[in-house]
Design a protein around this ligand. Structure first.
Ligand code: ADP
Length: 273
């Protein structure tokens, strides 16, 4: 009888604590969701006036030749800041669309396409930024990269990785983007790597840089305009493609971010026609 009673009390205790923890979770989840909705709405609302400001700044920039050097400098600075704010708002929107565990609730629009021209275009986008910092930017890519994935999201992924590499590489360094398709016994994989000769990341920080809002050195990253969301978004994108993102780095010794995405078997007929 005592044994049976003990079992009954223990089960009751377990059941009650389970119930209480569930009760405690509900309001937390609700407030988290409300917070997410607020972030999504606010970011969405901020986008419209910002794009109006950006187009006005671009119009000012076009008539720039007649302006004095001070005005030109101001317009350039204004444009850079507006663009940075636009990126932050985009990141906040992506963040608000993540689920309670911080995993991607991304809706991927996957298609078959050649990524090679996109890789080249992305590199061209960063050309000016790299040149301003005297960084050698290069691309190592196969002539054709027939892949299956979400084009916009993969472009966003490379944008994040290249932007970071240029940001965290001092003048005179180099940044290399490599893209290739690997074919082995277990199938085809799309391999992307962004390698830099920058400041590197210590082992401890490597475990946390993919967390939301994590920045290694807050004072330094603030100066660089970071807000600690880029790599968590990069991770969502990669995981949305069932892939893996990893980093190899050493403090002071440069970094390499590597992405491996599994691909379905190639269907040449459907790809080219
Ligand atoms: P941020 O907007 O701060 O750059 P990220 O999520 O993109 O946010 O990166 C998180 C942190 O990881 C950065 O603040 C920076 O400290 C570190 N980091 C990312 N990429 C690099 C890199 N290529 N070299 C050195 N540090 C990096």
């Amino acid at each position: 009888v005592f044994g049976a009673l003990a079992v009954l009390f223990i089960s009751l205790g377990v059941w009650l604590s389970h119930l209480m923890s569930k009760r405690a979770l509900v309001p937390i989840q609700q407030s988290y969701r409300r917070q997410q909705e607020f972030v999504a709405d606010a970011s969405h609302e901020l986008r419209t006036p910002l794009s109006v400001i950006l187009s006005s700044v671009e119009a000012l920039e076009m008539g720039d030749e007649e302006s004095d050097p001070f005005t030109r400098k101001m317009v350039k600075g204004l444009k850079a800041e507006v663009k940075r704010m636009n990126r932050l708002i985009g990141d906040l929107l992506t963040l608000a669309r993540s689920d309670d565990e911080g995993k991607a609730r991304l809706v991927l629009k996957k298609e078959e396409f050649d990524f090679a021209p996109d890789a080249e275009k992305i590199l061209q986008t960063f050309d000016r930024l790299a040149r301003d910092k005297s960084i050698t930017l290069s691309l190592e890519s196969s002539r054709e990269l027939p892949i299956h994935g979400d084009r916009d999201k993969l472009i966003q992924l490379l944008y994040i990785l290249l932007d970071n590499s240029i940001k965290y590489t001092p003048s005179g360094g180099s940044v290399t983007l490599s893209c290739r398709i690997d074919q082995n016994a277990s199938g085809r994989t799309f391999i992307l790597s962004v390698q830099d000769t920058g400041i590197g990341i210590g082992k401890e920080d490597q475990l946390r840089i993919f967390d939301r809002f994590y920045r290694v050195d807050k004072a330094r990253t603030r100066k660089e305009g970071g807000h600690g969301l880029g790599l968590s978004i990069a991770k969502w994108i990669v995981e949305g493609h069932e892939g893996v993102i990893s980093v190899q780095s050493e403090s002071g010794g440069g970094s390499e971010f590597r992405v491996v995405i599994p691909l379905p078997p190639e269907r040449p007929m459907s790809f080219f026609y």
